[in-house]
Ligand binder design. Structure first.
Ligand code: HEM
Length: 392
């Protein structure tokens, strides 16, 4: 198969407002067009199917992160050497710094505290008959949990929400969203340089552990700074969007809500299904090292490859009736957390947070109904600016 026969799909702009509001028909067209589709709009090869997404993510030697995982080269230079912009063995050194603290076992120690916070926030929403889930639950929980875990002082934490959104926008092409986000990145760096110092961070947090690694000589001062950036940004908006999407799907599909209420043991399966349906990160980029092949399609050396997690999770080749939300489906092998060496380092924590919210909803809320929503458009994230639900 050659790229030339795929003309229809070639012109799809996955980063237009319209595409971000409803990307799924475009994803379907791309999946039908082939396992790797050359997009002339942003000069990338789009990988839309489940099988090839996993193959690309697994083969880090051929599909490298070392040039960066954003589409734009200038942005990639800003993130050079970051944990997500490196290949093994450099990558492993950075990943090892916090591996023990983020293991399933270590995160289990945080579980009771996260559950308590989630239960309290759901209780507060319920007390007012519902309201805006984004500001009162979905943003509050991950912001509090991650900021406390890293050990940030409380001053100015809320600013992280806007900066993190801006940071994710810059993974897209150089469109208006990226251009408007670049100046905001300065804000997060200044805040981190002032607040994420050994003197201001709590002594037992992840931030302090990153500084300890620098003092031991395991990582350089630059790597210390970029790891603090990665841990401050990667864990917030992703989980915010997962929680908002969970409540949106359950509030919009009363039958599924009833199934979950009757069978609370499905909470973990339901959270996987939310991540499959509405992958919080829709896409990241790799670059070929040497000539490569994806599902029989040849790619040249140095080609940018846009890996569509959000489309793989809706691939009809993998999932029966993929657009149907089904909390019983058992979607444990969804790829919303990525796959391979870069697969999400915070996924155990994200699961604890998401499942705590679902468990608190099931335990406290009987009636849950969707009222209104406004999408927040971000080049790579999928979520809401507002989500109003009714609860009793
Ligand atoms: C539902 C929530 C989340 C989703 C969907 C998500 C998704 C992802 C994805 C897709 C990647 C892979 C990037 C790649 O392949 O290039 C990733 C990496 C990462 N995530 Fe998450 N994430 C979530 C929550 C978190 C949390 C809570 C934290 C930390 C507190 C976190 C920290 C990280 C870090 C540090 C990496 C980089 C790992 C590496 O490059 O080795 N994430 N995440």
């Amino acid at each position: 198969m050659t790229a030339d026969v795929l003309t229809g799909a070639e012109g799809i702009d996955l980063f237009s407002d319209q595409a971000l509001i409803d990307p799924y028909p475009l994803y379907r067209a791309l999946r039908e067009a082939g396992p790797a589709v050359r997009s002339s709009v942003h000069d990338v090869w789009v990988v839309p199917r489940y099988r090839e997404v996993r193959e690309v993510l697994k083969d880090w030697r051929t599909f490298s992160s070392a040039w960066g995982t954003a589409i734009d080269d200038g942005i990639n230079r800003l993130r050079a050497g970051n944990i997500i912009s490196t290949d093994p063995p450099d990558h492993d050194r950075l990943r090892d710094v916090l591996a023990a603290q983020m293991s399933a076992r270590a995160v289990r120690r945080l579980q009771a505290d996260v559950e308590r916070r989630a239960s309290q926030m759901v209780g507060q929403l319920l007390a007012t008959g519902g309201g805006d889930v984004v500001s009162r639950l979905a943003q509050r929980l991950p912001l509090e949990v991650v900021a406390d875990l890293v050990g940030f002082p409380s001053e100015g934490r809320e600013g992280l929400l806007e900066w993190v959104d801006a940071s994710f926008n810059t993974f897209g092409p150089m469109n208006t969203r990226t251009l408007e986000s670049i100046p905001k990145l300065k804000g997060i760096w200044e805040w981190l340089d002032t607040m994420a110092t050994p003197e201001r961070l709590t002594p037992d947090g992840l931030g302090a552990a990153i500084h300890d690694a620098r003092r031991r000589g395991d990582i350089t001062a630059d790597q210390c700074r970029s790891l603090l950036f990665a841990w401050a940004t990667a864990g917030i908006d992703t989980t915010v969007n997962a929680i908002s999407s969970a409540v949106w799907l359950l509030a919009s599909e009363p039958e599924q809500w009833d199934v979950l209420r009757k069978e609370p043991s499905l909470v973990s399966s339901a959270f996987n299904e939310v991540l499959r349906m509405e992958s919080p990160i829709q896409a990241f980029t790799r670059r070929t090292r040497g000539a490569a092949e994806i599902g029989g399609v040849g790619l040249p050396d140095g080609a940018k490859v846009l890996v569509l997690f959000g489309s793989a999770n809706r691939d009809e080749r993998k999932w029966v009736d993929p657009d149907r939300f089904d909390v019983r489906r058992g979607s444990a092998d969804q790829v919303a957390f990525g796959y391979g060496v870069h697969s999400c380092a915070g996924q155990f924590l994200a699961r604890v947070e998401g499942q705590a919210v679902l468990a608190a909803l099931v335990a406290q809320v009987r009636h849950l109904r969707f009222r209104s929503a406004e999408r927040k458009l971000n080049n790579v994230l999928r979520g809401f600016a507002h989500l109003d639900v009714e609860m009793s």
